[in-house]
Design a protein around this ligand. Structure first.
Ligand SMILES: [Zn+2]
Length: 287
């Protein structure tokens, strides 16, 4: 799933390539992906793109006339950019393409989604805050106003595991399963640590790890074309999706905890005092 750094990379890329151009045509081929009907999608036709921004894991393309094309790539969505957009017709329901946007110079992009479970979401709105997922976003951890005190206040009183808190978009915007693994590894902290029990030194460590991990990943992603962003993400990972490999910090074996629809990765030596965390699937079966 693309998270803040990749989404920022896509947004920056569109800022360089699409801003200043006019939308010649926007075609929805996966009708379920379009979550709004007023303004209609064809209202985008003839609109000049004036800005490309990121809010959490959403990309917002702002157009003249107070219109915004907003999209969220969800788990298996991606953006494919074309200097010369194919002219072939898209067969609805038979293609991974959810939305095709053609620009005035013949370039453009597709939003695609792999797999059968479709969650990619497209919105055409007059105000990005009309998108429910944007309206409930917590603060952005790379925002200048997001200080160590802001972070401490978010943890305060929350009796939940830190891994879940970091991924909760309503608490902090933009972090998902992969970067929360990376942040916790950098902070040498168990994913099961309870948020409101962290002491001052632990909050310092976690805050610094979050800022550094995300800042580095955003720097790595910026300036890369969409086709290169996924590999850049994978290369930057120390523990996420590296089960069985050696931890680059201490050499211990990276381990996973499996859940129904995902897994988390961590290093026992760096993060849990050497303790191996129970596999949630197995322990449930054994009960
Ligand atoms: Zn380690």
């Amino acid at each position: 799933m693309p998270e803040m750094p990749e989404v920022q990379g896509l947004s920056t890329f569109l800022g360089e390539r699409a801003v200043g151009h006019t939308i010649a045509r926007a075609t929805v081929s996966a009708i379920a992906a379009l979550k709004t009907y007023d303004p209609p999608i064809h209202a985008l036709q003839g609109q000049a793109i004036t800005a490309s921004t990121r809010l959490g894991k959403f990309v917002v393309l702002s157009c003249g006339d107070e219109l915004h094309l907003v999209f969220h790539l969800a788990k298996a969505g991606w953006l494919r950019w074309y200097e010369s957009l194919p002219t072939t017709l898209i067969k609805p329901g038979k293609s991974p393409i959810a939305l095709r946007v053609a620009l005035d110079d013949g370039s453009g992009f597709d939003l695609t989604e792999a797999g059968t479970k479709k969650s990619l979401a497209v919105y055409v709105v007059r105000d990005p805050q009309e998108v429910p997922g944007i309206a409930r976003l917590g603060p952005d951890p790379l925002d200048e106003a997001f200080t160590r005190e802001t972070f401490a206040a978010l943890l305060d009183g929350r009796r939940m595991q830190i891994k879940g808190l970091l991924r909760d978009q309503a608490v902090i915007a933009g972090i998902g399963n992969a970067y929360s693994d990376e942040i916790l590894h950098a902070a040498r902290m168990s994913p099961y640590a309870i948020a409101d029990t962290l002491d001052g030194a632990e909050i310092d460590r976690l805050f610094d790890a979050m800022r550094e991990t995300l800042t580095e990943a955003v720097a790595e992603a910026s300036g890369k074309p969409p086709a290169d962003l996924k590999d850049a993400k994978r290369r930057g990972m120390q523990v996420h999706a590296r089960r069985g490999e050696a931890c680059p910090v201490c050499g211990d074996t990276v381990r996973s905890v499996f859940f129904a629809d995902r897994s988390l990765e961590y290093c026992p030596t760096c993060q849990t005092g050497g303790k191996v965390l129970a596999d949630r699937r197995l322990s449930r079966l054994l009960k």
